[in-house]
Design a protein around this ligand. Sequence first.
Ligand code: SF4
Ligand code: SF4
Length: 436
Amino acid sequence: MSEKYVDIYKKLDMDIEKHSELMSALFQLFSDVFLTQKNRPENIKYFDWLMSEIHGKRIEELMEFKDKNKPLVGTFCIFIPEEIVVASGGACYGLCGGAQFSIPDAERDLPRNICPLIKSAYGFKVQRTCPYTQISNFIYGETTCEAKKKTWEILNDLHPTHVMHIPHMKGKREKDLWREEIYEFKNHIEEIVGKELTFEELKKGVEIINKKREALQRLDYLRSTKPDIVPISGLDSLLVTQISFYDDPERFSDKVFELCDELEERIDKGISVCESDTPRIMVIGTPMAPPNWKLHQVVETTGGIVINEEACIGHRYFKDNIDLDGVESVEDIIERMLERYMKIDCACFTPNDERIDKIIKMYREKKADGIIYYTLSFCHTYNVESKKVIDRLKEEKIPVLKIESDYSAEDVGQIKTRVEAFLESIRFKKSFKAKR
Ligand code: SF4
Ligand code: SF4
C-alpha cells in the first residue's frame, strides 16, 4: 500500500522510511488482534478495508479536499464542533494518539510523566509519520487538561494549532464563553473557505453528523440489547467507533446501517460471538485512540465480552444529537450546538455527577455483569474522578475493576491476571444467583 501512495507522502513532507516501519507494525498488530477473531459479521469487511487503507485511499480522498481548498482539521477531542467543518465542505478527523511507536520521539520534548495519548500524538508530528496531521490546515486543541493545553503551545511551533477554551463548569458564564469559542471557530473555518457559512450549509452539516451519531447509537443498542446474544465482538464495535473519526461521515453512516441490518438478522437467528453465560463487561473511562486495542483484546481473549464503552471513543461521543426542530437562523443552530456540546460529561468538568448517574443507568439497561474503569497513566482527570465513580458503584453493589495502563505491552500479563480474577468472581456470583 505504502508504495502506491509515496508521491502523496512526499507532498506531505513525511518521513517515508519511518512511516513504512509504522505501517508494517500496525498491520501486523491489526491482523493479530482482529483477523484472528471467529464468527465476525460479513459487513465488518468494509471497516477492515478502511483500516487497511487508513493511510492510503482515505488520504488520497483528503488530498482532493485539499486541492479544492476545503478545510482539513485534525483533533484529539470530541469537543470539536465538527458540524461546522462538514458544513464548509471540509473534513474533520481524529488524530492517532494510541501508539507506543511515536512516544520515544515525543519524550525528547515532553516530560515522561504525562499521559501516553498526548505523547503519542505529539510524537507523530515530530516524526512526520502521520499523514492526517501533515495534511491538516490546523490541529484543533482544547483546554480540557493541563498537559494538553501546555502541549498545544509547543505543538503550535511545529503545526498551526487552533485552541478552543473549554470551560470546566456548566453555568451560564461558562456557556457564554463556549458560545464565543464556537463563533471564533466558525470564523476560522470561514476564513479558510473565504465565505460565510449559510444557514442551509450549517443545517446540512448538522444533519450529516446527526446521522452518523444515529448509526452509532443503533450499533450500540444492537450489540447489547439481548442478554444472551451478542452479535458482534467488543473489539469489532470499537473498531467501527474508531473509524467513525476518520471516514467520510455519509459513507460511514450507510456502512454502519448495513452492518446493523446484518446484526439484527444475526440476533433473529440466535448467532452470537460468545456463549450465553459469558460475563458482559462495560468499559468506562478515557478514550481509546487507535491502535489502542489492548484492554478489549485482553477481556475478550480471557473469556469476557465488552458490551459497550462509556468513553469518548464510545457512548460519550454519539449519545446526543443536535436538535434541529424549529431552527430558523444560524444563531439558532449555534445555540442548539452549544446545548448539545454542554451535555458532554468529560471528567474535565466539576462537578460531574451526571456521568456517574449515566454509568449506573447504562449498566442496568445493558444488563452488564461488571465494569472496568480504564484510565491512561497520568490522566489526572479520569484517575481522580475514579474515586467518586467507584465509590458509587460499590454502593450500588456493581462489580468494578480499575485498570490504569499505557500503550506499552509490558503490563499485558499483569492486566490479564487481574481481568481473569475479575471475570472469575463475576462467574461465581452469576452461578450462585442462578442456583438460588
Ligand atoms: S475525555 Fe474529555 S478531553 Fe478527552 S476526548 Fe473526551 S471530551 Fe475531550
Ligand atoms: S487522557 Fe486524560 S490526561 Fe490524556 S489528554 Fe485526555 S484528559 Fe488529558
